[in-house]
Design a protein around this ligand. Structure first.
Ligand SMILES: *Cc1c(COP(=O)(O)O)cnc(C)c1O
Length: 462
């Protein structure tokens, strides 16, 4: 009891917190209203915690300063990805190309002819650029862009199959990443799931036997982040499309990544492409914009003019529609494919197309500049982001050794520096994989590593 009282009495008043140098530094430029709101709330939370029996936060000033820094945007938002995972959902998935970033910034800061035909002055179509590009690249008659692929699948099911049945292979009624479960998405959309086949083997005849008057569609889901190996069977996409059309229902595919290039070229397994799905006769394909497409977050709904048109007319389409920066970003990203320059311009493809020899040279260059305590190591990088599960690419990186601190601690120092670096830990050493560090980040990386090593008292000299 007396503990609590002395803790409460020990809480600083607002003006004392305000007088602290760290707090004052972090608060530069903010309004008095915002600063006092942050201080008061921290003090109130602290008081409530003490009354609840918890000891006081020993670094209240640190917590207040950290929140003010966040409000002030003091830390760089840019993180160097040394994890060896090219499409890393925790790090914001695909970084967009420089041209894409500038196209997005340019439309964000201006009025644009988003829904106006400038020639006639009449109302014009939204997303026409993306549609024309997508048609040229995949053969899809029509494209609709929404917030993300989860929204795309939800919208397509709601528009085509509400209160009706959708046939899905038992092996595909799965969970794909945080919170995206096919059975739940179907339920939310108002469609009824009919599972057919078995976890490892499903045949066209299984789908056919399940089709009734109540059936609206067959849904095919790409196993984006897991692989079923061994005794497996899965119908050809074209056979499912043919069956759907013969029975007068829709063939829907959730392909996940939305790949436009042949992944085999880079020593990886085949990842289905959007063009293949359209050629197979699928009515409507849903894909992400920020996985292998390499653009901003988006859900792409592509397919026949008739079916995508029905989807576009559903009221949910208005609620889930992409904004002007997203549409400009997807269009600019698609232009790189149209010009055959994806590997040099789109960061995820730049990373995936680096050869082991090139990566080894890059890592050697870093090591020679960093000096002692840094060693070049062979690694395996992965595509990630729900693409090509279990498949790796040979890569190289640098391993950092510190005489005075362990791997986990050194990794934490790298992550929390003024230029954060996210490394990986392999066999108890901190490794920065050369494949995922962006082309223009060498100098920042070296600077960040030097200051991390200096921080733990190990000097790496040039
Ligand atoms: C990633 C993925 C999703 C979810 O896409 P988001 O763009 O993250 O919403 C849905 N289905 C499949 C098959 C996926 O791979």
């Amino acid at each position: 009891m007396s503990d609590r009282q002395s803790w409460l009495r020990g809480l600083p008043p607002v003006h004392a917190l305000l007088a602290d140098e760290r707090v004052r530094d972090s608060a530069i430029g903010l309004t008095d209203g915002v600063i006092t709101s942050v201080l008061r709330r921290h003090l109130a939370t602290e008081r409530a915690a003490i009354l609840g029996g918890s000891p006081p936060n020993e670094d209240l000033v640190g917590a207040v300063a950290a929140e003010l820094d966040l409000i002030n945007g003091k830390r760089t938002a840019r993180v160097i990805n040394g994890s060896g995972v090219v499409i890393q959902t925790n790090l914001g998935r695909a970084p967009v190309s420089a041209a894409t970033a500038s196209a997005m910034a340019s439309v964000a800061a201006s009025y644009i002819a988003l829904e106006t035909d400038l020639a006639s002055g009449k109302r014009g179509g939204r997303g026409r650029e993306v549609e024309v590009l997508m048609r040229a690249l995949t053969g899809a008659e029509r494209t609709l862009v929404v917030n993300n692929n989860a929204a795309a699948v939800m919208l397509v099911l709601a528009a085509l199959a509400i209160d009706r049945q959708v046939v899905v292979s038992r092996g595909e009624a799965v969970e794909i990443g945080g919170g995206f479960r096919i059975p739940d998405v179907l339920r939310q959309s108002g469609a009824h799931l009919v599972e057919v086949g078995t976890t490892n083997r499903t045949y066209v005849r299984d789908y056919e036997a399940a089709i009734t008057d109540e059936t609206a569609a067959i849904l095919r889901v790409h196993a984006s982040n897991f692989a079923v190996l061994g005794f497996t069977a899965r119908p050809e996409l074209s056979d499912l499309a043919e069956l759907s059309h013969r029975r007068g229902i829709a063939c829907i595919e959730d392909v996940g990544s939305g790949c436009l290039l042949e992944t085999e070229t880079f020593g990886l397994d085949h990842e289905p492409t959007l063009a293949e799905s359209i050629a197979a006769g699928v009515d409507v394909v849903c894909a992400s914009g920020d996985k292998l497409l390499g653009g901003p977050q988006a859900g792409l709904i592509i397919g026949s003019a008739e079916v995508v048109g029905r989807v576009a007319r559903h009221p949910l389409a208005r609620a889930l529609r992409a904004d002007k920066t997203c549409l400009a970003g997807i269009a600019e990203t698609l232009r790189h494919y149209a010009r055959g320059e994806a590997e040099s311009e789109i960061p995820v493809w730049w990373s995936m197309s680096r050869t082991p020899k090139w990566l080894e040279q890059r890592a050697r260059g870093w090591a020679s500049k960093l000096g002692r305590g840094v060693e070049v190591v062979a690694t395996e990088s992965v595509v990630g982001g729900g693409s090509l599960p279990g498949k790796t690419q040979p890569s190289f990186g640098i391993a950092l050794h510190s005489a005075s601190c362990g791997a986990a601690q050194l990794a934490a120092i790298l992550r929390t520096g003024s230029q954060p670096v996210v490394p990986r830990i392999i066999n108890d050493s901190v490794v920065i994989d050369a494949r995922t560090v962006l082309a223009e980040q060498d100098a920042q990386l070296l600077e960040a590593v030097r200051s991390a090593l200096a921080g733990v008292g190990d000097s790496a000299s040039a």
